[in-house]
Design a protein around this ligand. Structure first.
Ligand SMILES: C[S@@+](CC[C@H](N)C(=O)[O-])C[C@H]1O[C@@H](n2cnc3c(N)ncnc32)[C@H](O)[C@@H]1O
Length: 306
């Protein structure tokens, strides 16, 4: 993961942590990553890594029965593109939604030779979807939406996603636990404990929720879904993912830790926070010469019941 988008995140966050906390309603976006060409590339690379780590569509979802699939917070639409290739039914209807079209391809659609393009719409998942989309889909997918999601927002996103589903339609919601910085080494080096505790303390202070996969599972379990399954995919034992996992975790640390340090007063300003973080991340990287960084990717699926 390139640290550039997250450097922007931290410079934004360090200034207005209070703005972050004050944000209300759906009209003000809390999404702080940048939307440059580099970020587009990063999202697509990240997609390959996460699919390698897990599954595009969870095995408990009957793929051959899917006729309409929506992706919320779709980013570049890369997940839908792969789903189009994977699904046996080539006439399946696919639709992506995102609060911003900046990373969409031209004309807001993904071209497919010999087939209908995949439409991509601009829509804030915190707001109800237009009537023509409600009750239309067999599968609604969400991935990595929660970086700026306040605790109260999870349930709103889930309710809107559920409205998109047909009865018995499936949700698949995937999040990374950014606070579970860890490796396969025991005992854990102090540097990792320190990095993790800093992020948890700051996120709680901001009204954000640091343990996204657990929260997603809890909300889906409690709000009108059956056959709920939670999987946690880790890089443990997957030797081929070791270098990319370390790079990915280090990128997350470089992004998240500096603004968190400022938020909880461990650093006086972003520059100092970046310097302090860089030292800690170097220690983490040195530790990873003999240990494997464990990415903690949580996937929850459930079937809509009335
Ligand atoms: C980290 S990216 C993940 C993109 C994509 N899901 C993937 O995994 O490749 C998060 C995406 O969520 C979008 N997003 C953030 N808040 C949103 C909201 N309230 N409604 C819809 N999309 C949102 C962002 O614009 C961004 O494209």
């Amino acid at each position: 993961m390139s640290s550039l988008p997250f450097q922007k995140l931290l410079s934004s966050l360090s200034r207005p942590f209070t703005r972050f906390v004050d944000m209300v309603g759906v009209s003000r976006s809390v999404y702080m990553l940048d939307r440059s060409a580099a970020e587009t590339q990063r999202l697509n690379n990240q997609h390959r890594f996460l699919v390698d780590l897990s599954n595009l569509i969870h095995p408990s979802i009957p793929k051959d029965k899917l006729t309409a699939v929506a992706d919320l917070g779709t980013g570049t639409g890369i997940w839908l593109e792969d789903v189009a290739d994977l699904l046996p039914n080539k006439s399946v209807y696919l639709h992506g939604f995102d609060i911003s079209s900046t990373q969409y391809p031209p004309h807001h659609e993904i071209q497919r030779p010999g087939q209908n393009p995949i439409p991509l719409s601009v829509h804030n998942a915190l707001a109800p979807f237009p009537a023509e989309h409600r009750g239309r889909y067999d599968l609604v997918h969400i991935r990595l939406l929660t970086a700026g999601l306040k605790q109260v927002d999870y349930i709103r996103v889930l309710a809107n996603a559920r409205d998109l589903l047909k009865p018995n339609g499936w949700i698949q919601w995937e999040e990374v636990d950014h606070t579970s910085f860890c490796t396969d080494a025991v005992p854990e080096p102090e540097v990792i404990t320190r990095l993790r505790e800093c992020v948890i303390e700051a996120m709680l202070k901001l009204g954000l929720w640091p343990f996204a996969p657990q929260r997603v599972f809890d909300e889906i379990s409690a709000n009108g879904f059956a056959d709920v399954v939670r999987e946690t995919y880790t890089t443990s034992g997957k030797e081929h993912l070791r270098p990319i996992a370390q790079k990915w975790v280090a990128g997350v640390m470089r992004a998240l830790v500096p603004p968190c340090m400022v938020a909880i007063g461990q650093a006086g300003d972003p520059k100092q926070a970046r310097g302090m973080t860089e030292q800690l991340v170097h220690e983490f990287e040195a530790h990873c010469e003999t240990a494997t960084a464990l990415v903690n990717f949580g996937v929850t699926v459930g079937r809509r019941v009335n």
